[in-house]
Design a protein around this ligand. Structure first.
Ligand code: ADP
Length: 479
C-alpha cells in the first residue's frame, strides 16, 4: 500500500517520539539499577517513596527444585473472584489441581473486614467439604495466600495491609496483619488449615516456574499491570541490617538468598530518565493514580491500548486518517482494549489467518472493534493504525526488556555462563504478537548475543495457584 505523504510524515513523527535507541535503553537500565540499589538499602519514607522502587523482601528463601511433594491449599484474593485451590505437588515438576471460585459481593468489599474473612474461611470450609481433601486428614493443611494488594511484609506469613485498591474498601483492615486475619477466621470455624505464607503474585510466578522448569531467576507479570520478583543475595538487602555473623550463619544454613518483590511498575515515577510523550501525559493525567506507576503505564495491558487510542485520535484530529472522523468507542477513555492491538498486529505472526490478507483483517478490527464506518477507512489508514499499534507496543516491549536486563545485571548474570531463566505471566506474554522476540531484540542490544543466548523466557502460568502452594510448601520446609 502506497502511503500518502501526509500519512507518512505523521507516522515518522510518532515513530520519533516513541523511539528508544539503544543508548536510551542503556540509560534506563542504569537508572533502574540505581533504584534497585536504593530500594534494597533504604526504607522508603513519605518524602522518598516515589524516588525509588520499594524492593520488598518476601522472606521466601527456598526456591523449588521440582522435587517438592505434598498437598497444599492456595487462596487468591484480589481479582474478580475469590479462588480456592487444592494443589498436589507430585515431585516430578508436575502437579494436579482442583479449584473453585467464589463471588465476592460489593457488600463484602465495603463492609467490616471480619465479615470478609469469615466469608473467605467459609469458602475454604465449603471447598473442603464439597471436594474433600486428598491430604492426610490428621495433618493440618498448609495454605498459601495470594493477596494482591499493597502489603508491608515482615515475615513469610506476616504482612500488614497498606491500603486497599481495586474497589475493595473494607473497614478496620489497613494496618492489620492479613495472614493473621485469615488465621483468626479459620480458627473461629475450627478449620484445620494453617495460613503459612503470604504471597505476592510475582513471587508465586517465580516459584511455579522454578518448580516446572528448574532454577528461575525472576518471575514477572505483564498483564493488567506489570511487576517482577527475583532471587537476590540476602547480603545485598542491606535495609534488613543483618550483622556479618548473621550473614555467615545464613550462608551455612543455605539461607543466603531471598526473593525480592521489586514493584518495578513504579520505576521512574519522578521522570528522571524515561521519555514521556504528550500521549503518555494524557493517559497519566486522567488515570486514577496520576504520577504513579510510570513504568507500568507504558508497558501493561491496562494502558497500552489507551496510549494507542490517544495516538490514533491525534491522527484523526490532524485529518490524517478516517477523513477526520472518530467514533464513540474511540472517543471513550479506555475505549481501545490492548487485546485490539494484538488483533491489529496478528498479521505479523507467520501462521496467523490474517497474514494472508493483512489489510482486510486490520480493516475488520477498525470497523468492528473501533466502530469507524467502513467508507471512512482507506487502505493507507489501515496501515497507519496497525503501525501506530506496533510503535506503541514495541516501545512497551523494549521497556519491558530493560527490567529484565536490570535484573540480569543486578544479579551478575551478565557475567556468568549460566542459563538465566525468566518465568513470565500475563496476557501480553501470552497473546501479544512477537512479545518475546521484541523483548529479546532489545535485550540483545543491551547485553549482547552471548548473554541473550543464555536467556530463557518461559510462559509461567498460575503463580497464584501452584506458586502459592509452593510458598506454603516452602514455609513447611522452613519449620
Ligand atoms: P491480570 O493481570 O489481571 O491477572 P491478564 O494477564 O489477563 O490479567 O491481563 C489483563 C490485561 O491484558 C487487560 O488489561 C487486557 O486489556 C489485556 N489483554 C487481554 N487480552 C489481550 C490480548 N489478546 N492481547 C493483549 N492484551 C490483552
Amino acid at each position: 500500500v502506497e502511503l500518502p505523504e501526509k500519512t507518512r510524515a505523521a507516522l515518522d513523527s510518532i515513530e520519533q517520539q516513541f523511539d528508544l535507541p539503544t543508548k536510551k535503553l542503556e540509560e534506563i537500565v542504569e537508572q533502574m539499577l540505581w533504584e534497585f540499589g536504593k530500594g534494597l538499602s533504604e526504607q522508603p519514607t513519605k518524602e522518598t517513596k516515589d524516588t525509588f522502587m520499594p524492593m520488598i523482601p518476601t522472606y521466601l528463601q527456598h526456591i523449588p527444585s521440582g522435587k517438592e511433594t505434598g498437598t497444599f491449599l492456595a487462596l487468591d484474593l484480589g481479582g474478580t473472584n475469590l479462588r480456592v485451590c487444592e494443589v498436589t505437588l507430585l515431585g516430578d515438576s508436575k502437579w494436579t489441581m482442583r479449584q473453585q471460585k467464589y463471588k465476592v459481593s460489593q457488600a463484602l468489599k465495603m463492609g467490616e473486614v471480619a465479615a470478609l474473612f469469615d466469608y473467605i474461611a467459609n469458602s475454604v470450609d465449603q471447598f473442603l467439604t464439597e471436594i474433600g481433601t486428598t491430604g492426610d486428614p490428621n495433618e493440618k493443611l498448609y495454605l498459601g495466600f495470594t493477596f494482591s494488594f499493597p502489603v508491608a511484609q515482615t515475615a513469610l506469613a506476616k504482612g500488614t495491609l497498606i491500603n486497599w485498591t481495586k474497589g475493595f474498601e473494607c473497614k478496620n483492615a489497613v494496618g492489620k496483619d492479613v495472614a493473621q486475619l485469615l488465621q483468626d477466621a479459620l480458627d473461629r470455624k475450627h478449620i484445620h488449615v494453617k495460613c503459612s505464607a503470604l504471597v505476592n503474585d510475582t513471587a508465586g510466578t517465580l516459584m511455579a516456574a522454578a518448580y516446572e522448569r528448574g532454577d528461575c531467576l525472576c518471575g514477572g507479570i505483564f498483564g493488567t499491570g506489570t511487576n517482577g520478583a527475583y532471587v537476590e543475595d540476602v547480603a545485598k538487602i542491606t535495609k534488613e541490617s543483618k550483622t556479618k555473623e548473621e550473614l555467615e550463619q545464613a550462608k551455612k544454613d543455605g539461607l543466603d538468598k531471598m526473593v525480592v518483590n521489586t514493584e518495578w511498575g513504579a520505576f521512574d515515577n519522578e521522570r528522571v530518565v524515561m521519555p514521556f510523550t504528550i500521549f503518555d501525559s494524557r493517559v497519566d493525567r486522567i488515570s486514577i493514580n496520576p504520577r504513579k506507576q510510570a513504568f507500568e503505564k507504558m508497558i501493561s495491558g491496562m494502558y497500552l491500548g489507551e496510549v494507542t487510542r490517544n495516538v490514533v485520535l491525534h491522527l484523526v484530529d490532524a485529518q490524517v486518517i478516517f477523513k477526520g472522523f472518530s467514533s464513540k468507542s474511540l472517543n471513550a477513555h479506555y475505549g481501545l482494549d490492548t487485546a485490539i492491538m494484538s488483533a491489529l498486529e496478528a498479521f505479523s505472526l507467520p501462521n496467523s489467518d490474517s497474514a494472508a490478507d493483512p489489510i482486510a483483517s486490520i480493516r475488520k478490527c477498525i470497523t468492528k472493534d473501533l466502530g469507524i464506518a467502513d467508507e471512512l477507512v482507506s487502505d493507507a489508514d489501515c496501515v497507519a493504525v496497525a503501525r501506530v499499534s506496533e510503535i506503541v507496543g514495541t516501545r512497551g516491549c523494549r521497556l519491558s526488556a530493560c527490567a529484565l536486563a536490570a535484573t540480569i545485571k543486578q544479579t551478575g548474570n551478565d557475567k556468568s555462563d549460566k542459563e538465566v531463566k525468566f518465568g513470565l505471566d500475563g496476557s501480553l506474554v501470552e497473546f501479544y504478537p512477537r512479545f518475546d522476540q521484541r523483548v529479546k531484540d532489545a535485550l540483545r542490544e543491551l547485553l549482547g548475543e552471548d548473554v541473550v543466548k543464555r536467556v530463557v523466557i518461559d510462559l509461567a502460568k498460575d503463580g497464584s495457584g501452584v506458586g502459592a502452594a509452593l510458598c506454603a510448601q516452602a514455609a513447611m520446609a522452613m519449620e
